[in-house]
Ligand binder design. Structure first.
Ligand SMILES: [Zn+2]
Length: 253
């Protein structure tokens, strides 16, 4: 049997977008201030997980919520288990949006919303791939699990919890953010810097330094508060820095 995959996907485009919009509309930023044992990373991630599992249930798949931290949608039969790992939590929205980050809009053939590319969009696409295989009645030699996490961006509680309570897949892949494949991450580091607060022999003193919203996000802006007896020198140094770096900064007293 020859399958026109493009046609199969096209036929489901509207349905996929509708399901994707449903989960994009959930503000699923981790919120520890509202966390409870029932909502270990706050209400948003739990709500997004439930919405995704509900889509699987609606379509007739076996679904399971694992402690409101993770869950899966399963298809197929067999000894072996293949895992498809996605996540529905998102990083904070930050500033600079033209539209509401939780009201998805399509502009120039792109979906704009927090999580559209990391990782609600790819997760929904992977789910629809499983659904197409099921709809077409194609033979599968193993079980396939769409495993949905809710704490990928912050602390990985979701996968820690999932792997404590559920079967570890024999192999799998993670459709996260980019297409077609990211086959390795060279590593990442979180650094904590501490230093003596008497720069330039006590002429300058750092009061505070704030940048970024999360450790795994590129900071959009930074604010530093300091006292100094050399404001003119700092203004000159800042201007020299700005002349050779593509950033904006202002010094105010
Ligand atoms: Zn991701």
């Amino acid at each position: 049997m020859e399958i026109n995959w493009t046609k199969e996907v096209e036929a489901r485009k509207e349905a996929l977008l509708e399901d994707l919009f449903t989960i994009l509309k959930v503000d699923s930023v981790r919120d520890d201030a509202k966390a409870t044992p029932e909502m270990p990373v706050g209400p948003g991630p739990k709500e997004a997980l439930e919405a995704f599992l509900q889509i699987g249930e609606r379509d007739g798949f076996i679904t399971k919520n694992v402690g409101n931290l993770a869950g899966h949608i399963e298809y197929g039969a067999g000894e072996e288990l293949m895992g498809v790992f996605g996540h529905v939590d998102v990083v904070p929205t930050g500033t600079g949006w033209d539209t509401d980050p939780f009201e998805p809009v399509i502009k120039d053939n792109r979906v704009y919303a927090r999580g559209s590319s990391d990782d609600k969009g790819p997760s929904m696409a992977a789910y629809y791939a499983i659904k197409i295989i099921r709809d077409l009645g194609l033979p599968v030699s193993k079980r396939v699990r769409m495993i949905i996490g809710t704490d990928e961006e912050s602390g990985w509680q979701c996968m820690d919890h999932y792997l404590q309570h559920e079967e570890l897949p024999d192999f799998g892949f993670s459709p996260d953010a980019d297409f077609p494949i990211i086959n390795g991450e060279k590593g990442n580091q979180s650094l904590y810097v501490r230093f003596r607060n008497d720069v330039a022999g006590g002429k300058n003193q750092l009061i505070s330094f704030d940048a970024g919203l999360r450790e795994n996000m590129v900071p959009q802006d930074a604010t530093v508060i300091f006292t100094s007896s050399e404001a003119d020198k700092i203004q000159t140094a800042l201007e020299a820095f700005l002349a050779t770096h593509p950033v904006k900064a202002t010094l105010s007293t």
